[in-house]
Write a protein that binds this ligand. Structure first.
Ligand SMILES: [Zn+2]
Ligand SMILES: [Zn+2]
Length: 250
């Protein structure tokens, strides 16, 4: 399984990265985890414009889903289109919300390009991948994912505050993509996002083999997030996410 970080900027695109989007590939199948603002552009550096086979949306905040609207244009109106529908595994109300973002809420326009499949906690098969979805600790319906193939696994926290579910989801994974949106200090708000320290604590509790800190919000110095993570008691390899980084898990 190959994991490519397409976008890792938290909450909005930054100068060096789009918002959340991760490309997972195995056996020629391409699965996107999230499709945040600006990610369709950078995605084309890593795969053909028409080559997305399935999408999982963790939640419906704009920085995780909005480029599905742009990808609808690609699938339906490109000179080679219309192209076959792509399954989109997403929380409740995704089609209505994305139709509203694209055009009108009650016009099923996005359904020309996508088959919306309701996410629920549990395990499903998507192409060659086994995908486990688990509810995270965020103000809206949000799922973290564990994706496995060929004995390798990656977990993605999506957006979350502290979460026992995340520890379970990431148990012994090869790679944990964990959000670290906040920095340590006064004024922290619980149940929305994690700091680097909290991300490292979750990685340690889960026994994750490596940790990539992601959903990095451009108004913070990422080195401060990394320094926070060093205080979390995690001994595995820890690094900052970077748009374009590739992890070949074998
Ligand atoms: Zn977010
Ligand atoms: Zn969010």
């Amino acid at each position: 399984m190959k994991v490519t970080i397409v976008g890792c900027a938290g909450s909005f695109p930054g100068p060096d990265s789009p918002a959340s989007c991760y490309l997972l590939e195995a056996e020629g199948f391409r699965l996107l985890l999230d499709f945040g603002s600006g990610s369709l552009g950078a995605l084309q550096r890593h795969t053909g414009l028409y080559d997305v086979d399935a999408v999982c949306l963790s939640h419906l905040h704009a920085d995780h889903c909005l480029d599905l609207c742009a990808y609808h244009v690609v699938r339906t109106y490109s000179p080679d289109g219309p192209l076959p529908k792509v399954p989109v595994h997403a929380p409740a109300d995704a089609s209505r919300r994305l139709n509203a973002a694209y055009a009108m809420p009650d016009e099923p326009v996005m359904e020309r390009s996508f088959d919306f499949v309701r996410l629920q906690p549990g395990t499903r098969r998507i192409g060659p991948f086994e995908v486990v979805a688990a509810p995270m600790n965020h103000p809206v319906e949000t799922y973290g994912f564990r994706v496995s193939h060929g004995g390798r696994s990656v977990a993605y926290s999506a957006d979350t505050g502290e979460s026992a579910e995340l520890v379970t989801l990431a148990r012994d994974v090869d790679l944990l993509l964990c959000e670290a949106s906040f920095v340590e200090g006064p004024g922290e708000r619980p149940d929305i996002h994690l700091t680097g320290r909290q991300a490292a604590e979750h990685a340690a509790r889960a026994g994750a083999r490596s940790l990539v800190l992601t959903h990095l919000v451009p108004w913070y110095d990422p080195e401060r997030v990394l320094a926070d993570a060093a205080t979390g008691g995690y001994r595995g390899r820890t690094e900052l996410a970077r748009s374009g980084a590739v992890y070949d898990l074998g």
